[in-house]
Design a binder for this molecule. Sequence first.
Ligand SMILES: CC(C)(COP(=O)(O)OP(=O)(O)OC[C@H]1O[C@@H](n2cnc3c(N)ncnc32)[C@H](O)[C@@H]1OP(=O)(O)O)[C@@H](O)C(=O)NCCC(=O)NCCS
Length: 210
Amino acid sequence: MTGTIRIREMRPEDSDFAAKLLVTCFRKTFEWAVGEKNLNGVINIEKRSMQNAPSCYYKHSLIATISDQLVGVCVLKMKSDSNPNEGSFCYTYSNVGCRGCCGLWCMGVCSSYFMHENLFEKSSSCYLDVIFVHPEFQLRGIGSRLLCEAEVKAAESGCNKIYLWVEADNYQAIHLYKRQGYSVIRDVDGVCFTYCGLGSRYYCKMEKYL
Ligand SMILES: CC(C)(COP(=O)(O)OP(=O)(O)OC[C@H]1O[C@@H](n2cnc3c(N)ncnc32)[C@H](O)[C@@H]1OP(=O)(O)O)[C@@H](O)C(=O)NCCC(=O)NCCS
């Protein structure tokens, strides 16, 4: 499909597709956490969590479209954002079972460890929570466009720095970030902590001053 790439703020009605795309793009991690048979359950959980997200989530989340098809998502988090509603345990259990609940909980703890390590040490910092592009539309500059718009949004919100965590062997993402001016400021071996929770040991912290 060809067409102009457009970037806009996310809306609640994007949740269904965004949740499916999230699980498609991070399939390896979700599969590690909950097992293959529970992936549809994770989509339901993510969709519901997006639909119930506070308005700041939509204000700070960007969608890329081509000919009205949703092809990419980028989510920023800022100090002023209120916390998303916690999903109900019963709903999570009914979708992914006991093993899936434990997997998602471990995943959440590991992600929080990174995110909260020194998150928002200054109110001027902005955290790039996640960026993903539909596999069929990767390598066409959509990731770059999302990142550029995210930087504009962060700057407009008074932030002077964006930082993020990325798996050390995610060469495509690291290439994109470096090309966009981000530098690696820390390499971390999460040993069994991140390996058990996320299926990966090595991560980089990257940042860019805006
Ligand atoms: C990371 C991601 C968002 C990039 O989106 P994208 O639309 O493909 O990005 P772009 O097309 O703007 O840029 C991709 C760049 O990576 C380069 N690249 C592709 N494969 C690469 C590899 N194996 N090693 C190094 N660079 C690579 C491309 O050449 C391109 O750079 P260039 O324009 O300088 O040639 C996308 O790959 C993705 O969704 N991945 C899965 C989710 C993910 O890992 N997200 C990041 C988590 S931190």
